[in-house]
Design a protein around this ligand. Structure first.
Ligand code: KIV
Length: 257
């Protein structure tokens, strides 16, 4: 699967499905589910490394987890989902050369074909343009951008006219800079819907209503494995309780009361 296929999905009206994975087990499950894209999101810092935010995640950790994700695929390469890897905090905010080195390291040493990064500040746009000139496809991310948690909090974004105008403008700048797709997180559905119509690249939502070109979810959240569920990621099953009960049953079978 290539990044260019996602634009074709948008044109044909097929909804794009994106799920996160962080190791070989999760990627084999997500691949078998038939998701179009596997995102090795820096949410792994919270989901599997136990941090309170995504900020502590390092480039080495992203590479370590992305390699494990790639090893987990069972299908031949041509049938594997597209792998997009998050650029962690401070790997792209300190200049274009550093960003190229970080993104290049991920693509060179794993099966990832693209990177995702947050925001659309002027210096971020320059980084995106440089990455794309280097041959590294970039997915944008606007709305709730977790690497800015200390400025934005984990709350809904684009809730007033000024911030709505800004996200519309920022999304156009990301498209003009060459992003192949845009993730929008925790914004009103009517704004995501406007973005979908405004842009020719796919708009992939999380907590952004149903009228997007696709949806992305943190796999641990929709499987109900996370202790703290974000308000916009409704679990599909009570995964945590199911696992705990199964393990309790096993322990009782070893040590009957
Ligand atoms: O890190 C991540 O998992 C993400 C998704 C929430 C889009 O960026």
């Amino acid at each position: 699967m290539q990044t260019t296929e996602l634009v074709r999905f948008k044109e044909s009206g097929k909804q794009i499905t994106v799920l996160t994975a962080w190791d070989a087990i999760s990627s084999s499950i997500v691949e078998a589910s038939g998701a179009d894209v596997v995102l090795v999101g820096d949410s792994l810092g919270m989901v599997v490394l136990g941090h309170k935010t995504t900020l502590p995640v390092t480039l080495d950790q992203m590479l370590h987890h992305t390699k494990a994700v790639c090893r987990g695929f069972c299908n031949p390469l041509a049938k594997q989902p597209l792998v997009v890897c998050d650029l962690p905090f401070l790997s792209y905010q300190c200049g274009e050369d550093k960003a190229v080195e970080a993104a290049g390291t991920l693509l060179k040493n794993s099966c990832a074909s693209a990177v995702k990064l947050e925001g659309a500040e002027p210096e971020t746009l320059l980084v995106i343009q440089r990455l794309i000139r280097t041959g590294i496809p970039v997915m944008g991310h606007l709305g709730l951008t977790p690497q800015s948690v200390h400025q934005l909090g984990y709350k809904s974004q684009a809730t007033n006219k000024d911030s709505q105008d800004k996200i519309l403008k920022d999304s156009e700048m990301l498209q003009e800079s060459g992003c192949f797709a845009l993730v929008v997180e925790h914004i009103p559905g009517k704004i995501a819907s406007r973005l979908k119509k405004l842009l020719s690249i796919p708009v992939i939502g999380i907590g952004a209503g149903n009228d997007c070109d696709g949806q992305v979810r943190v796999t641990a959240d929709i499987l109900g494995l996370s202790i703290e569920q974000p308000p916009f990621a409704k679990p599909l099953l009570a995964g945590r309780e199911l696992c705990i009960d199964a393990l309790k049953n096993w322990i009782e079978s070893i040590n009957p009361k």
